[in-house]
Design a binder for this molecule. Sequence first.
Ligand SMILES: Cc1cc2nc3c(=O)[nH]c(=O)nc-3n(C[C@H](O)[C@H](O)[C@H](O)COP(=O)(O)OP(=O)(O)OC[C@H]3O[C@@H](n4cnc5c(N)ncnc54)[C@H](O)[C@@H]3O)c2cc1C
Length: 412
Amino acid sequence: MEKIAVIGAGVSGLSIAQCLKNKYRVKLFEKDTRPGGLIKCDVVDGNLYHQVGGHVFNSKYPAVLEWFWKFFDRENEFTKTPRNASIALDNGLMAGYPIENHVYMLGEKTIQAFIQDLLNLSKRENSTPDNFEEFLRIRFGNTLYDLYFQPYNEKIWRRNLKNVPLSWLEGKLPMPTIEEMIFNNFNHSKEENMVHSSFYYPKQNGSQFIADRLVENLDIAYNHAIETIQRHKNKWMLKGETFDKIIFCGNIKDFPTIFKDSLNISSFVEPIKALEFHGTTSVLCEIENNSYSWIYLPNRAYSSHRIICTGNFAVSNNSGTQHTGTIEFTDQMTKDDIIMNLAKMPFSPKYLTHKYTKYTYPIQEKTTKNLISDLKKEVEKEQVFLLGRFAEWEYYNMDAAMLAAMNLAERI
Ligand SMILES: Cc1cc2nc3c(=O)[nH]c(=O)nc-3n(C[C@H](O)[C@H](O)[C@H](O)COP(=O)(O)OP(=O)(O)OC[C@H]3O[C@@H](n4cnc5c(N)ncnc54)[C@H](O)[C@@H]3O)c2cc1C
C-alpha cells in the first residue's frame, strides 16, 4: 500500500483520512494535543465552550449527509433543531431573520421606505455591482442597508464595505428577487432555503464530539507541528518517515516555508503572503434565557456582531439553569474591552472566558481562486495536495470541507 501523510486533524484532515484509510496507509500529523482544529470545544465551569463559533451541522449535499451519518447515530447522538435567528435592532426590537423577509415587523415608516426602495430597484437597469456595498444596496435597497446590512457587516469586516471584494459571495448568500421579498413579507414566510435553516447538534460535547468520533481508527501523531517536508528520492520525508503523497490541510501561509527546499514555488510566495484574513475573539458568557439560536447585532454601540446561543443547542451545554452563549468579535479583543462591550449588549451577558484565534475567516480577492488553483496544479505534479479552509483559502463550512475531501479522495 502507498503511504499518505495528512497534515492537520481539523474536519478536512479527519475527513480525507477516513475516505482514504482503506486504500492507503494514512498517517495524520497534528500540532495540537487533540483533533478538531476550529471545531474544538472545552468545558468551563461545567459549561460547553466552543473555542471558535458554535458549530452546527447540516448539508445540502446528499453525498455528504450519507457519508457523515455512517459515523453517527442520528437519533440517539444528535438533536435536530429549526433555526430561530433574530436581529437585535437599536430600538430594542427583535426582528426576524433574514431581515428582508421580515420588514413587516419594522413599523410603518420603514415599511413605506422599503416599498419605495423596491419600486426604485424594479425600475433600475440590470447592472453588475463592483463591491459589497453596491451589491447590498442594489439587492436590498437603501433602507435595509442603513438599518442592518451596513452596521452589521462593518463589524464583521472592520472596513468600509466598498473595500470588501465580491468574489467570496458566490453561492454563500441567498439572492432573493424583488418578487420573493414581497411575497415573503406578505406571507410571513420562514427561511427554508438556507443550509442551516434546521441543523443537527451533538447531544454531548458539542462539535468536539464530531472530531473525536471522526478520529477513531486513524493513525495520528499529536504534538507534531510539521515545519519542514523534504524530498527523499521520489518520496517525501517528514519526522523521519517516508511517504508517497502529502495532503496538506494546514495554513497556506506556512506552505512555502514547509516546502522551501523541495518545491519550486517561489513565484507564489508573495501572493500567498498578501492573502488577507480575519481572526475571531470568542467569548463564553452566561446570558438571559431565551429561545434563539443566533442573535445578530447591528447596533454600533458595541463591537460584537453575533451571539450564538450555544446554551440552547444542547441541554448538556449549560452547567445549571442559567443559559450560556458564545459572543463573537472580529479580530483580537482584550479582556477589558470585552467586558466594556458586554455591559452595553442585550441579554445581559456575564463573562466566563474568552479565546482569540488568529485565522478564522479567509478573505478572497478576485485573484485568489486562480492563485490557489495554479498552485494546486504545480504541486500535484509532485504528489502534494491542498485541502481545507486555510489550505485552499476557501470559506468552507464543515460540510463543504467534507465534500472537498470526498472529491479529492476520488481524484487521488
Ligand atoms: C466563527 C466560525 C463559525 C463557524 N460555524 C460553522 C457552523 O456552524 N457550521 C459549519 O459547518 N461550519 C462552521 N464554520 C466553518 C468550519 O469551522 C470549518 O469549515 C472547518 O472547521 C474547517 O476545517 P479545516 O480542517 O479545513 O481547518 P482547521 O479547522 O483550521 O484545521 C486545521 C488543522 O491543522 C492543524 N495544523 C495546521 N498547521 C499544522 C502543521 N504545520 N502541522 C501540524 N498540524 C497543523 C491545526 O492545528 C488544525 O487542527 C465556522 C467557522 C468559523 C470561523
